[in-house]
Structure formats: C-alpha cells, structure tokens
Ligand binder design. Structure first.
Ligand code: SF4
Length: 459
C-alpha cells in the first residue's frame, strides 16, 4: 500500500508566550502516550497551558490508535462531540494525529471538515507549528497541510523535545516502526519501517531525565530487542544499550517493552541476570499457542522456541515476572488451536496477560481471510480470561511472605491511607508508608494477594 507522508521539520516549534489552553486526548499504546507527552511539551513551548477538559480548551489534539476498531470508533465519536463544541466556539483549533490519522486522513477530513490539521505518526514535532499557524491566521476552516511526498516510506527518526517534565518514571522511545508485518497488524503501515534512535540521543535524553529526578525509564519499541540495526555508528545490540543506560547516574531501574521472541538473544538474558538496574520483568507477546496459528499470523517463532526462551529466562532469573499478549478468534482459529492457546497459558504460567479478540484491520492480510463467528470469539475470550485469571491469582498468592524492593510512587488513589509502587518483577504493591519515602526504594513484605497485585508491610 502506498503511503502519503509528510516531510518532518518544515514547521519548527517557536517559543512564544501565548495565552490559551490545550487538551490532548490519547488512545492506544505507550508509544502514543509518549507521543502525547511530546505534543503537550510542544504546545507548552507556544505558551499554552493544560485545560481540564476539551470543552474549554483553545487547542484540542486527538492522538489516535488503529490497532483495533474500538479506539477508531471512539476517536470518530470524540470528533462528533468536538464538532458541536466548535459550532459554539469556532476559534477552537482541532488537530488529529497518530495511527488513524496516518491511515485514514482523507476520511477524517471528509467526515469532519472542521478539523484544522491531520498529521501522521512521524510528524508529532510539527504539531506546534501547525497550531501556531492556525492561531496566527485565524483561518480555522482552512485545511492546514504539510508538504506531501506521495509514496514515500517513513525513514526519519522523529525529533523529540528533550526538556521533559521532572517525574519518577518516564517512557523513552528507542525504536520506531516495525519490519515484522504480522498478518493481523497495521503498525508497519501506520508507523513505517523499523528505525532505531541513535544511541547517543537516547543516552542524552536519559541523562537529562535523571537530572530532572527520574529513577526508572521504560524503553519503548514495537520489537524493542531488535534495536540497533543499521545505525550510523554501527550495530548496537539492545543488551549493550541496556548496559550503557545502566551507567547513567541516578537511573535505578530500566524496563523495556515489547521484545519480539525471535530476536531474544542470550546476551539479553545475561544482562537481565547481571545488571542490577535492569528489572526482572519481561513482557513477551506470545499471541497464540499453536504453531499453525503462529504461522498464519506470520509470527516468526514456534511455541517450542518461545518455551526455550522462557526456560532460559527462568533458569537465569528465577524471580522473573513474565507477562504476555494473546489474541483469540484469529481467522480460521479451530477449537483445537484455541485449546492449544489455553494449554500454553497453563504451561507458561504468565503473571499477567493482555488478552484481545481479533479485530480485522482493513489493509492487513488477515482481514481478507474467513473470520471466526463473533459469538465464538467472544466465548473464547471469556474462557481465556478465566484461565489466565486463575493463573495470575495463583502466581500472586505464591508471593505472599516474600519481600520485594518497591519504588514508592506516592499515595494509592484506590486505597486511601496506603502508598503504592511496583516491585522489580512489575507487581503492584499497596502498603503503609511515609510521604518522605516517595521516590525511594523500600523493601515491602507481601501479606496478601489480589488479582491486581499485593498488599504488604514495610519490611
Ligand atoms: S511485531 Fe507484529 S504485532 Fe508487533 S508491531 Fe510488528 S507487525 Fe505489529
């Protein structure tokens, strides 16, 4: 499919002291959350401040997701709401960004002519320039465009605002796009081919985050462990990047999501085992528990090769937290294939899983295959959730009595009077603490287990 893409860097952010407010609405993955933070930083660079709701904001940006149909429906319905707001307040600027904007720009414009600009995934940094242009010109019904290059493939690494806000935990994209082309997935189309950020740029960003008070960074990439190919400085294996980042003063914990099973190398297992800053957690998507399903999904591994990685990880790091993604109702999924997925859940004893019903994405090979009956897919999803829930409860129960190192994040919004934080194996703990402990690493003994995690006492 031909991409219609835009040239980055044509409308640089200008620093202004403009009065007004912005609201960024986000759907989708952590990569989108991170892009939204970049959008917000860019808008703050114009002098805009955050609004409490889109109804009152002067600038509203939708950062959309196309990975399933549901977030796309939500974005269109949000645009319907904004259409009414804009009728009452025509000076409001509305922009649409993200994967759906990349994929369905013309449709978004046609259905919502009031939208001021639509930009794809590689052009987050151009948004402040477009907003500035709209605010200056006050020609709100005019379609703002970046110069287009028809048929181009996204190869540029998006620019980033380095001046991040001070916070305890931060996401850091290290890789954009994907080369794997799983038959169900729209990401290679919406985010383009795999590109790694230069190692020095990542180090620079993480050093700055540490100076601003970050203790934990989560490295983001669609297949994060294939980081480092074809960089100008030569190949930099993902394990080497982890070791370099572990040397940044102030960074106490490093996580990453999501590794791709076929690209899981022995040096990564050793790095998780040997480098204290690298957390003992791995979110490794399995997607399905039958080789025929994996083949039809064009996942480039088998259940047995996945099992070998799990075995080497658990031998090297017995306290590892292992989580995964699973899809049910993939086209042609038989009862036996689904049963194999349930068996895999029992076999691998995941600590948790994101479980989804397959959602056909127009433009992907799997969308053209005969689909599973929606009721059958719903029933399978419920069975899968039940199976994984039982495993998670058992795994959490087995943690009672153990002591975990927890990064104290602050008061728990759900459990008043208690504080919360994550263990190194990525279990949420709630426990009594002093406000002064926030930001510190504290040993907490688990005293009770729940589906969401553990309750505990400072040890
Ligand atoms: S590895 Fe597959 S599922 Fe993951 S982003 Fe790439 S194409 Fe999509």
């Amino acid at each position: 499919m031909a991409h219609t893409l835009l040239t980055p860097g044509v409308l640089p952010t200008r620093t202004k002291t403009r009065k007004g407010t912005y609201f960024v609405q986000t759907w989708g993955c952590q990569m989108n959350e991170e892009d939204s933070e970049q959008i917000a930083l860019g808008l703050q660079g114009l002098g805009l401040t955050p609004a409490l709701s889109p109804r009152e904001a002067h600038v509203v940006v939708l950062n959309t997701c196309s990975v399933r149909k549901k977030p796309e429906d939500k974005a269109f319905s949000f645009l319907g709401f904004l259409r009414e707001v804009k009728q009452a307040r025509p000076d409001m600027v509305v922009g649409v960004a993200g994967c759906m904007a990349q994929l369905r720009a013309e449709e978004i414009r046609k259905r919502n002519p009031f939208v001021d600009f639509v930009v794809g995934t590689a052009h987050v940094h151009a948004i402040p320039g477009l907003v500035e242009q709209a605010l200056q010109e006050r020609r709100f019904q005019r379609r703002l465009e970046l110069p287009e290059r028809k048929g181009a493939v996204v190869t540029d690494v998006p620019q980033r605002h380095l001046e991040r806000q001070g916070k305890l935990k931060a996401f850091v994209p290290i890789q954009y796009g994907c080369d794997k082309f799983c038959t169900f997935c729209i990401v290679p189309t919406t985010r383009g081919r795999e590109r790694s950020r230069p190692t020095e740029h990542i180090l620079q960003e993480v050093r700055r985050l540490a100076e601003l008070g970050a203790k934990e960074v989560t490295l983001l990439g669609q297949t994060v462990n294939s980081y480092g190919k074809n960089l100008a400085e030569g190949n930099v294996p993902f394990a080497k990047l982890l070791r370099l980042l572990a040397g940044v003063p102030g960074i106490e914990r490093i996580r990453y999501t999501s590794p791709y099973p076929r690209d899981f190398r022995a040096d990564l297992v050793e790095t998780i085992r040997d480098v204290p800053q690298v957390m003992e957690h791995c979110h490794m998507p399995l997607q399905a528990g039958h080789d025929d399903l994996l083949r039809r999904m064009k996942r480039l591994y088998t259940v047995e090769s996945y099992a070998q990685i799990v075995q080497s990880l658990r031998e090297a790091v017995p306290e590892l937290g292992l989580t995964t993604d699973v899809i049910v109702g993939f086209p042609g999924e038989t009862d036996d294939e689904f049963q194999a997925t349930l068996d895999a859940i029992e076999r691998f004893q995941f600590d948790g899983a994101y479980m989804f019903k397959y959602s056909p994405r127009p433009g992907t090979p799997a969308a053209t295959l005969p689909q599973v009956d929606p009721q059958v897919a719903d029933d399978r999803l419920q069975k899968l959730i039940q199976t994984q829930t039982a495993v998670t409860l058992r795994r959490n129960q087995a943690c009672v009595g153990r002591t975990f190192e927890v990064l104290v994040e602050g008061p728990s919004p759900k459990n008043p009077g208690l504080f919360q934080g994550y263990s190194r194996c990525f279990r949420m703990l709630h426990f009594p603490a002093k406000p002064a402990w926030t930001g510190g690493l504290v040993p907490v003994k688990a005293t009770a287990s729940h589906l969401w995690g553990l309750s505990g006492e400072p040890a």
